[in-house]
Write a protein that binds this ligand. Sequence first.
Ligand code: NAP
Length: 305
Amino acid sequence: MNRRWHVLGAGSLGSLWAARLYRSGCDVELILRSPQRLAQYQQAGGLTLTENGQVHCYPVPATSIDNCGPVSLLLLACKAYDASAAISQLAPLLTADAEVILLQNGLGSQDQVARLIPKARCILASSTEGAFRQADFSTVFAGQGHTWLGDPQQSSSPSWLEDLQRAQINHDWTEDIASRLWRKLALNCAINPLTVLYDCRNGGLLEHQAEVASLCNELSLLLHAYTTPSTAAGLHEEVLRVITATAANYSSMHQDVAQKRRTEVAYLIGYACAGAERKQLQLPKLSALNSRLGNYLAAHGLPRH
Ligand code: NAP
């Protein structure tokens, strides 16, 4: 089918998706934030993707927001804290039947975006793929993974999934994307903030097992309040499995802090604490962790939220 993919944001995940869609023959256009950014991109000659040690440059067509034509299928590939501003800029360009895939980690930004574009279909994504930018427009595909996609409002799967198939983007359509996002949020809350505060790799948390266990208890209560019993089940066991399997890795939040980049904390533990408050759940360990993390970020010159 002749459809055009627009990808907003040529960062790590946006580039990874755009390069794979482009090389599989899809019609793809990148949307960059400004004519200056577009000029830098054109100078770079395309998106460079390093995968299994192989480096390829893909000359994916690009435009700047202010020159972009109508958008009917959009991959919003910016950070959670940039999503509302980005979609506000794009809203006037969305067609009446537009579909928007939200790649943001955590929770909260998806609702903010959906409120800004009430007529569009928003598809939520939860991805375990790993990519990082080694330079502008040059991305390393660091970890194979899987992307879950779903629409809490409408269970029918979109026809463009066939493009992901052809582009070899591992994915599945799920009727309960919200539970997946909540479960991933809980895993993140149990691991990432502590790796920042103890300045350690994921495996370092094996020395703080009691703290991890009590956090998992509270996070399970939160999952029970917002999702299904099966989503809450076995959280502590899974957290320990993840810590052990990724013992040598630094968490994404740790990497952000180490590189003095703003974190997505407001959409992770911040969202979890706000959710607990909404349901009048007392989660003292989680709340104390959120405060400690906020103080730590502020002391390191980073936004608390
Ligand atoms: P990233 O590398 O920082 O890329 C974000 C991109 O968004 C940047 O290229 C930025 O442009 C662009 N952007 C922001 N606002 C924009 C605007 N108004 N107009 C145009 N472009 C705009 O981030 P990422 O790592 O790909 O992460 C994206 C989301 O995916 C996050 O929520 C993250 O947690 C999630 N995620 C990432 C991974 C991963 O491995 N990277 C894995 C799973 C989930 P500039 O370059 O011009 O600043």
